[in-house]
Design a protein around this ligand. Structure first.
Ligand SMILES: Cc1cc2nc3c(=O)[nH]c(=O)nc-3n(C[C@H](O)[C@H](O)[C@H](O)COP(=O)(O)OP(=O)(O)OC[C@H]3O[C@@H](n4cnc5c(N)ncnc54)[C@H](O)[C@@H]3O)c2cc1C
Length: 377
């Protein structure tokens, strides 16, 4: 895979930094652990890559290749750090793309510095893969919008100072009836009503909005454009989920190589058995292919390619599915030791699973790819 010089430099420094600073710290779950990791990321300046230079960012515009390089490095060492970085990007991207100058100035530098934690609130209990059916109401009252409803499975719920919220401003217009809002977490009526524990460390929960009044200046983009803003954001960042998958798969492959060389059975290292060698060959090949697709999709974003939807969905689908297989094969090579609670393989087995679900499941990626390939046939 070939990267431009700035991303190559980032690639070289991020992996070593992540290993030194984050190696082994996220075995513990909980908000304090998550905030400690978040502050470490902020000190390293990684959040500068989620906003444009005019708003405290590192580059003139947000580069998907930066996000991929960073996520690949973080995910190989600390899936929690990867999650925190990814969600900050999810919150910043719509603000950078659709925010007014005043909104960008008010919020983006704080996200870039890591002073504020961001969140992206689209999913609802009855609206997951079909976000156009979201029901959270946003009624216009004088110079305000009043938000009523529930958002579920929201990453950073409880940690965030800032939520990008998608709510219905027009009753009868399906996906077109949604609008986007910037909502500060301490606004009266905003409450984290549930926290859920996932199989891998990940701050996540339900956020409720009850008669939550926000000035109309908090509307993000035009009324009725909320779903478009959400989908554009997801399309742009999807390849970075694939990059995180590559990071975890790289770790799984490294562990498999080490174990296959060290572990001896029938008088020889596992690495001498053809069955194991074929597994390793397939894992390495799939990882290489995944990485090529991911960085091709990231480049498509950065160069404004017209077929971003197709290639970014392919990258997420292929990389996350391949990474799942690679982690599973690595665990198989580890035998019973791979199942020991707290071992790296047991953790990777848990960590990789969410990537085939969030930001559009594998099935939804296939629907997008088929639509793009078939057209309206
Ligand atoms: C770790 C994690 C973090 C998350 N963070 C956030 C966040 O920060 N913000 C946010 O808004 N959301 C977040 N989500 C929610 C996530 O986006 C949804 O879980 C995802 O979109 C799927 O929705 P769902 O869980 O309701 O599943 P459902 O939509 O109910 O789908 C269930 C199953 O049916 C399949 N399915 C659904 N429709 C179709 C179809 N038309 N054709 C074929 N199969 C279909 C799905 O692929 C899936 O396998 C997060 C989820 C996870 C797991």
């Amino acid at each position: 895979m070939s990267l431009p010089a700035p991303q190559l430099r980032l690639h070289r420094t991020m992996a070593a930094w992540a290993q030194d600073e984050l190696g082994g710290i996220d075995a513990a779950a909980g908000d304090e652990a998550a905030l400690a990791v978040f502050r470490t990321l902020a000190r390293r300046g990684v959040f500068r890559y989620v906003t444009p230079r005019g708003s405290g960012g590192a580059r003139r515009s947000v580069q998907a290749r930066d996000l991929c390089v960073i996520r690949e490095a973080l995910a190989a060492v600390s899936p929690l750090a990867d999650t925190l970085f990814a969600v900050q990007a999810l919150a910043a991207y719509p603000l950078a793309a659709a925010g007014t100058p005043a909104q960008r100035q008010a919020y983006l530098p704080r996200l870039a510095a890591g002073t504020d934690v961001g969140a992206f609130a689209l999913t609802e209990p009855d609206a997951g893969s079909d976000p156009g059916s979201a029901r959270l109401r946003a009624r216009r009252r004088g110079g305000f919008y009043v938000l009523d409803g529930v958002k579920s499975l929201i990453s950073n719920a409880g940690l965030a100072q800032l939520y990008i919220v998608f709510g219905r401003t027009h009753a009868a217009r399906g996906g077109k009836g949604l609008s986007a809002f910037v909502v500060e977490a301490d606004t009266p009526g905003v409450a984290v009503t549930e926290r859920v524990a996932l199989i891998s460390p990940h701050p996540i929960g339900t956020v409720s909005f009850a008669r939550c009044r926000i000035p109309e200046s908090q509307l993000l983009g035009e009324p009725g454009k909320g779903l478009e803003i959400a989908l554009t954001t997801l399309e742009a960042l999807r390849c970075s989920v694939g990059a995180a998958a590559c990071g975890m798969a790289t770790r799984a492959l490294t562990e498999a190589l080490r174990h296959a060389r060290e572990r001896r059975q029938f008088g020889r290292p596992l690495a001498r058995f053809q069955a194991i060698r074929f597994k390793i060959a397939d894992m390495a090949t799939e990882l290489e292919a995944a990485r090529l697709l991911v960085y091709q999709a990231a480049r498509a974003h950065d160069e404004g390619a017209a077929d971003l939807a197709r290639i970014s969905s392919m990258a997420k689908l292929f990389a996350t599915e391949a990474a799942q297989r690679i982690v599973d094969e690595s665990l198989q090579i580890h035998g019973g030791r791979g199942l020991v609670e707290g071992s790296i393989m047991e953790r990777l087995y848990r960590d990789i699973r969410a990537l085939r679900i969030y930001e559009g499941t594998s099935e939804i990626q296939r629907l997008i790819i088929a639509r793009e390939v078939l057209g309206r046939a």
